[in-house]
Design a protein. Sequence first.
Lengths: 325, 280, 324
Amino acid sequence: MTALLEVEDLRITFPTRSGTSHPVDGVSFSVARGELLALVGESGCGKSLTSLALLRLVPPPGQIVPGSAIRLEGTDVLALAPAALRSIRGRRIGMIFQDPMTSLNPVFTIADQISESVRAHQRMSKRAARARALELLQEVGIPDPVERLDNYPHQLSGGMRQRVMIAIALASEPELLIADEPTTALDVTVQAQILELLDSLRAARGMAVLLITHDLGIVAGRADRVAVMYAGRLVEEATTAELFARPSHPYTKGLLASVPRLTGAVTRLQPIAGTVPAPTAWPAGCRFHPRCPASLPRCATDDPPALAVGDGHRMRCWLAETGRP
Amino acid sequence: MTGSLWRLLLRALTSPSGRLGAIVIALLTLFVFVAPWLLPDPSAMPDLVAGALPPGAGHPFGTDQLNRDILSRVVTGGQISLSVAGLAVLLAVTLGALVGGLAGFAGGWLDSALMRLVDGALAIPRLFILLMLVAVWEQMPLGALVLVLGATGWFATSRIVRGEVLRLRNAEFVLAATALGAGPGRIILRHLLPNVAGPLLVAATLGVGDVILLEAGLSYLGIGVRPPTPSWGSMILDARPLLTTAPWTSIFPGLAIAITVLAVNLFGDALRGALDPRSA
Amino acid sequence: MTRWLARRALQAVLTFAVVTVLLFVLMRLTPGDPLQRLEGDRQLSAEAAAALRHRFGIDQPLSTQFGDFLGGVVRGDLGVSIEHYPTKVSTLVLSRLPASLLLGGTVLLLTFGIGITLGVYQAVHRGRRLDHWLTNSSLALYAMPSFWLGLVLAWFFGIRLHLLPVAQMHDPLLGANASWLVRAGDVARHLILPAATLTAVSLAAVMRYQRTALLEVLRLDFVLAARARGLPERQVLWRHAWRNALFPVVGLLGLWLPILVTGSVFVEQVFNWPGLGSLAADAVSARDYPVILGTAMLVSAQVLLGGFLADVAYYALDPRVRGA
């Protein structure tokens, strides 16, 4: 499969009172057509900013550093004129956000908001757009869609609002859907439903999905590939099966170990020691080394590049050279 | 509490407009209370024959219809206006804090009754309340004006204080403090006051500007500061018939009001910004 | 109307009741004699003076006075003017109402129209020089006493430049058979200076509120989401952001009316505009207390009505309030 989206060496800086912050500092990955790539990391690692950068929505005073590259099927997104950029937003790349309550405009009806999205990228009469909105609501599995059309966001439950968000995002048939923590604000049972929905939509439309999350648990069994992010960089990348079978980077291992398990022996939770460093002062050498239980002397001075660990499996860790511990 | 107020003041001074406001206020106050020693006596012999002279040698602001030096009158008027405003606002803020605090703490019917009262009072434009009180008051002393201005200015402040009290009553740290044995007095002093001090200071500063304008308006209508005490507002009243022939008689007192109120508002704004940076 | 609106209407009425009581208390509090001018300037006969005193219930116990007063208010009877005896206060007030509404309505449109536009502009260009300049200019205008600004504008445009009329509402020399268009134009010309004066001093508040509200809304997620959908920036700004930033400005409608009313007392007096403001100002110089009381009551009613209209606007604009 040829890559739909290619990100190369993405860097984002923010001026702050305590100096320049580098929340995204050299991120590279690609998403193939129809693939679901999960971007996993704790809060503060830069994953949300990365997703915003794909649509050039980094909030000022943040800036994408020149030298970064974002290509959508070869087209350089960072060099697009405003009109062309707008035709990508929503049309070729859709996005859904974490909190469906605040992501929907409270003063417009569901029908209004979906229709607006539909008509933003194609000429369509209001009536036709409304009919399309109904179709979309059905597609995302909302019960009583006809009623819901004229409801306002505050009249819907969290799960339904998220479905509406997805419907709006799908309105113009995007090739890539960026889902930024789509289930974090929802109850556990609803989470599963939304993820199922994303799966079925992906299958039906051949749409690629970039799933941003801090929860490794929802990734298993759904994502094709996983990229783990830490301190502004990707530290490990592999297919899902491979990552769960053979997690290699100490941070990934730490993440997996701190997920509570419902089955198996009852053991202590293993948190990762220390705290996430500030983006204005990344540690020297390997950024994870102050918290790493397996750090070598070298890690304090030399920053590891992405090294191969297996087939399609890379990580930024010197342990790749010395063999797995 | 003074520590947090101090920090608030200093932060307000970091903005250029706040600094400008503060400097102008300081200079004005200084000038208005010191200059009289250096200027001709504003109540010197009125000279109807000479009449109003344009700004020139010896009279930087010109003279009024009775040939009195306008600069001196502006300065004396300033003493009056600033003092009246300062005292009135002090009274208003104190009253507002007391009533608001009482309403917040007492709760129940007293709170409801007080807030109904405040609602009603806020529906009547303040000028009209003042008119009802002073329009037919012959020979009203200056102190009475201060009282009346102060007594009509506490309504909005009481709402602010009441809001803070309600918020804090249920705040966890107050529960924690009470659990640790703190009595109501200590809670008021150490927790409530520092939280209201900031908003009160902002309200007071902005209130000074409003009172200056109100007092000027009342004096312009002839019922504020009564003659022969000079006041910026009554100077403008006296200058009305001279509008075409001697416009400087109106311009300078008005400018004095505008500059003072602007300076006070700039500083008050800076204070408000220092209190809540998001509104900047 | 739903329960919410009905409740707000009821609150307004209750507050007006409180206003009535307050006004009565103020009337009794003032050390001056509301009827002092009866003998001196008015040259009323002794019977007329006694009738007036009885009319105002001065010679009766407090509770009866209050009862009479309330009864009068409910009936719409606000007493009789001293200066224009025996004209009723309500007659005077009603005769001035149209001019007041014309001036007030114009100022409202101008203040909110210009204020909202500038406030939005400031929010979009936050931090730039024009933003600061607009804030400082509006503050400077706010700091000017309205009567002084009126005088300055009257002097400059009316007397110096002879561009605009400075007195009253029409040109008294306009022929009786002038067409209504000419008359309207004449009134419009007379409206310019007083409206400009009042608008100038009121702009600061509207601009400030709009700017702050829009800045807050622009930070919200749904604005980002709208942009992410590829909507044009103008649509994002006005249809999504501004539509949600209207609410505090609508609320300002209720809060700002007292300022308008206060300003109009001075501005109408300066320009001799025949509205409620100049009625109050004239009543002050004539020590005509009943008229002062009457206008106070009416403007309070206006303020409360304005607040209720703001509530109606909220209801219309915000589906969450509709409990929809």
